[in-house]
Design a protein around this ligand. Sequence first.
Ligand SMILES: [Zn+2]
Length: 379
Amino acid sequence: MRPNLLGCTRVAALVACALLLGALRADAPPRVRVTVDTEGPSTRLVLTASRQVSAAVTASRGKIEIVYAEPVEIQPTEGRLEDALLLEWSLRGDRTLVVHTGPGYREYEVFNLRNPTRVVLDLEGDRPARGAGPRGTEGRPKFVVILDPGHGGVETGAIGPSGVQEKDLTLDLARRLKAVLQQDASVGVVLTRDEDRLVPLDERTSIANHNRADLFLSIHLNSSKRRKAVGAETYFLAPDSTDDEARTVAALENRAYASVDSPAPSAGETQPGLDLVLWDLAQTQYLAASSRLAESIQAEMNLLAGTKNRGVRQAPFRVLMSATMPAVLVEAGFISNPEEEARFQGEEHRNSIVQGIARAIAQFRQGVLRLDMPREEKP
Ligand SMILES: [Zn+2]
């Protein structure tokens, strides 16, 4: 009997052990990525978590503390800035981030956002005006914008019911936007393509990085099985899509010719090399600024459409991943919708879209902050 009993005990122990391991894996601490944007009038600190975790924010003299409800892995664990509002931040224990405010700091605003879970902390106060900095020297434009007209060549992108091709419309919008932006002599604009040709996604981002651009904007037109789908949507990068529709949009856009080494997969095939680890991507450190740019553009697009209900969305767009500057993708409208397709055939609509984006870029540059994201209650 005894060996039998022992055997039973061993099996039970193994099962218990496996259950415990499973439980441990499910409880792996969420990773929290810290990004800072000091270009706006306020200094924005964004803490993006790999899964849902609640956090409380408290302020005392000279510091603000963000305390998570459970242990987290914060990356990077500390940072130091030359900023009048935020001097440094560091990890205390395994769930608290301590932010030391600067001499110009007056007050803070905090927003808890979902998909992904984020704490957005805006530090407000007085900051001395900035000079043009080294970027303004050597005859280089002070502010370089890369416009990326989606698709091209054999890759038509979406096609509207009466035959409007996404690749033609994106190029036309990019050319119009370039003309508007360059009315400001301090702005330089580079197009990733200025003709009807195929440019791999990776090459588009390389052009932006090579030009040390201040902003990357990929322009697309949406298409949906829902014939009534209408209006513009602005996206920035995330490892997970905010919803099923965002996931579909990213899958469609990622299907484009990715690089010289990896030709476009056929429909239904998954894109190679897209198993995203957000923390390793070049774009990660610009997410706070990218979200601010996306908010600005989407606010203008909402004004144009007379709607308030569309927010900024996030999805894993390949063309944004390696960008070393604030980078967003705008789906300027649904050409699958016959009425919207007809509107895009006229100059007036194209021009108002372009004017709206140009205003948003100017606001982004001036650091005018507009929050137009799904908010949870303020603490
Ligand atoms: Zn597209």
